[in-house]
Every structure is written in structure tokens, then in C-alpha cells.
Ligand binder design. Structure first.
Ligand SMILES: [Zn+2]
Length: 407
């Protein structure tokens, strides 16, 4: 009886909520449509917490997280939406996409066949399936799915898309890892240099690992470091690994649990090169530690970079000047992703300064509490107010004066 009642309620609640969608749901939907994802999460988070059975609330909060690029958080909410209403095609599509973007490709490939059985002619779902297959290394399955699409729908536009995919897959660079490898209980290191360089690098990484683990209160383990001495090898590997056309401008990056670094020329002979590498490693390992602490979700890009600069190193890329007036968080995120000359440098300079003010105000324990709240999906303004005891807007309005006031 109770089971029946619950079933009945679960069926009824979404129907009820659609009929009388509260104002904040309508507001949140409008904010998502306008691309104002931070504001959308702020509006939708309390609503979704109060109405956990409401598929629409879960769905729109998931879409808002997706817009913020918090794919893990998005997948959780969208999965809830699918559980409440499995006939909702949009919920199925965005759930699978969020899983893939969160790096949970195997999970995406588990649910996608069910969704495709339900919506067999859905071009976006088939394309999503093909994208997941590519990421899992199943290129043949991806091509078969795409050709299945053209067999059903022979429109020129679709044919062109499939041709483009087929060509791109044929010339896709392959991420070849260096063969020389060493493993410790905490990490694996691969390097294209000599055996003695590998040993020197291993010690370097291990020292940084201990320091950064302590700063973020996590034991860093099960990660990998791939180091290249050859510029060309680094660039080819990075393009394939990141699935991007161009090689990254930076000399190091972090993807999932893998840290990829290009060793500075003249390393380890020159002191300057040794310092540059140490700063690079500390910076990227701070990113890695934040990802380990938070499950890689909830921390906005600007805060991620700010903390990596503060606890890690700046490796000379914080040479820019803080923009006047300073950038709002949204603009700051955009600046980090900008390829315009000097734009990233000013973003690093500003984020670095913001981190100095933030860490001074919060101290280590409250800062870690803030990170944990963000990882649970709490919107940043709420999480900051809870940790710091002042509105986030006050911080945004005053950090520059507070930074300047510091001796
Ligand atoms: Zn960084």
C-alpha cells in the first residue's frame, strides 16, 4: 500500500508542479535560456532542494550546472530528472551528454542504448552516442551509428555532418605516451627523456605532492604525470589528449587525474629552469588536489585558477596587471579561456590577488569548507556567505581595496 502510494505520489508530483510552476522555476528557466547560469543556479538550487521529486526542478538545475561546466553536478540532477520521468527526451539527452562531459564515458555508454531504443530517430542522441564511442576508443561503433543515421535521413545537411565526422576520425592524432615509466604508491610518471631525468623528476613531483596534499587536506594518489622534453611530442600529445585542433599555449595542463607537462629547456641543469618547472608542477598539482577534494565539480574556473596560483605557483604567467576596473567573475572566466594577447595574463594577475584576499579572510579550514560546499552544489554566493559571514557581493565590491591595503 505504501509502495503504491509512493508510486502514485511520484507520478503525481511532476504533474502538479508543471501545472503550477513556482515563479522561481520560471525565472530559473529564463536565466538558463539567456545563458546566465550563475544566477540560474542561485534561483533553482533552493527550489530543487525543497522539491526533490519534481523532475522539472531537477532538470533545470542540471541544465544550469551544465552551463557552468559543472558536468558532474549536472549529471546528478539530470539523472534524477530521468528517474522521475524517463519519457522526457530532453532529460535523457542532457543526462547522457553531462555524463560524457564529466568523463564518465562508460556510464554514458550504458544508458545511451536505452535512450536510443526509446528515441531511435533522434539525430542529437545518435550523435551523442557517436561522441561517447569516440571517447571510449570505439571509432567503428561511432561510424556505424552515424551511417545508420544517413540511411534513415538522407538530407544533405546530415550527410555533410557525417562526412565531416568521418574525415576528422580518420586523421585524428593519437596520444602516444612515452615508454619510460616509474610508479610509486601515489602516482605514475612517464617521460620521454633519459632514465636519470626520470628519477630527478620523480623526486621533484613527490616533494610537491606532499606539500600540496597538506595544503588541501587530501592525500593525492592515483594520478599520472606525463612529461615531455620534446616540444613537438608535447604538442601532438596534448592535441590528441584534449581533442583540440591547436596545442595549448601553456607548458602544462591537467585533465582528469593526468598532469601533462613540457619540461623547460635546460632542465635540470639551470637553476631558472628548475624553478620554472617547480612552479609549473605546484600550480598544476594544486588544480589536481582541488579536483580530488571536490570530485572535480562546483569550483568556478576563476577560483580554481586563483587557488592554483596562490597555493601552487605562477611560473611567470602572473606577469599581467590587474585590470582597472577589475573583471566580474563571469568576465574573468571568459578571460581565462580567451586567446587574445595578454588577456590570460591579466586574468591570472587578478585571480592571484583575489585569492590572496580570500585566503587571508577565510583561513585554511573555512576555505576547505567552502570548497566542500561548492562540491555539493551549493551556489558560490551562498557557500561564501556561510563560510565568511558576509555577503559575496561585499567581497566582490571590496577585494581590490583590501588587496591594496595589505602591506
Ligand atoms: Zn591553472
Amino acid at each position: 500500500m505504501i509502495g503504491l502510494l509512493i508510486l502514485f505520489l511520484v507520478g503525481l508530483l511532476p504533474a502538479l508542479s508543471r501545472a503550477e510552476a513556482p515563479a522561481s522555476l520560471t525565472d530559473g528557466m529564463a536565466l538558463v535560456a539567456r545563458g546566465e547560469y550563475d544566477a540560474a543556479v542561485l534561483a533553482l538550487y533552493p527550489l530543487a532542494a525543497a522539491r526533490p521529486f519534481d523532475a522539472a526542478c531537477q532538470y533545470w538545475l542540471g541544465r544550469a550546472y551544465y552551463g557552468q561546466r559543472f558536468y558532474g553536478l549536472a549529471a546528478e540532477r539530470l539523472g534524477e530528472a530521468v528517474k522521475r520521468d524517463a519519457r522526457d527526451r530532453d532529460a535523457c539527452y542532457w543526462y547522457a551528454r553531462a555524463l560524457r562531459m564529466a568523463g564518465r564515458v562508460e556510464d554514458a555508454l550504458l544508458v545511451l542504448p536505452f535512450f536510443l531504443a526509446r528515441f531511435p530517430a533522434d539525430t542529437e542522441l545518435v550523435t551523442e552516442y557517436a561522441a561517447a564511442c569516440v571517447m571510449a576508443g570505439r571509432t567503428h561503433d561511432a561510424l556505424a551509428a552515424l551511417h545508420g543515421l544517413t540511411a534513415r535521413d538522407a538530407s544533405p545537411a546530415l550527410r555533410a555532418t557525417v562526412d565531416e565526422w568521418t574525415k576528422a576520425l580518420a586523421v585524428r592524432p593519437v596520444a602516444v605516451e612515452p615508454k619510460l615509466a616509474r610508479r610509486t604508491v601515489h602516482f605514475e610518471l612517464r617521460c620521454d627523456a633519459s632514465a636519470w631525468m626520470l628519477r630527478a623528476l620523480l623526486d621533484e613531483v613527490d616533494d610537491v605532492r606532499e606539500e600540496i596534499s597538506a595544503a588541501f587536506g587530501v592525500e593525492m594518489r592515483d594520478f599520472r604525470v606525463i612529461a615531455f622534453l620534446a616540444k613537438g611530442a608535447y604538442e601532438t600529445y596534448a592535441r590528441a589528449h584534449r581533442g583540440e585542433e591547436a596545442a595549448p599555449a601553456a607548458h602544462a595542463y591537467c585533465l582528469g587525474n593526468t598532469l601533462v607537462v613540457r619540461l623547460p629547456d635546460a632542465w635540470p641543469e639551470q637553476e631558472g629552469a628548475r624553478r620554472a618547472l617547480a612552479a609549473l608542477l605546484r600550480h598544476e598539482m594544486a588544480h589536481l588536489a582541488i579536483n580530488l577534494r571536490t570530485g572535480g565539480q562546483g569550483v568556478p574556473l576563476w577560483l580554481h585558477e586563483a587557488l592554483a596560483c596562490h597555493y601552487g605557483g605562477t611560473a611567470g604567467f602572473a606577469t599581467g596587471r590587474i585590470p582597472d576596473p577589475p573583471l566580474a567573475p563571469r568576465e574573468l572566466n571568459a578571460a581565462f579561456m580567451s586567446s587574445a594577447r595578454g588577456r590570460q595574463e591579466t586574468a591570472y594577475a587578478q585571480a592571484h590577488a583575489m585569492a590572496a584576499v580570500l585566503t587571508r579572510a577565510l583561513g585554511r579550514e573555512k576555505l576547505l569548507a567552502l570548497l566542500d560546499a561548492l562540491a555539493a552544489g551549493v551556489p558560490l554566493p551562498t557557500a561564501y556567505r556561510d563560510a565568511a559571514g558576509e555577503p559575496f557581493d561585499t567581497f566582490l565590491a571590496e577585494w581590490a581595496q583590501r588587496y591594496a591595503a595589505k602591506p
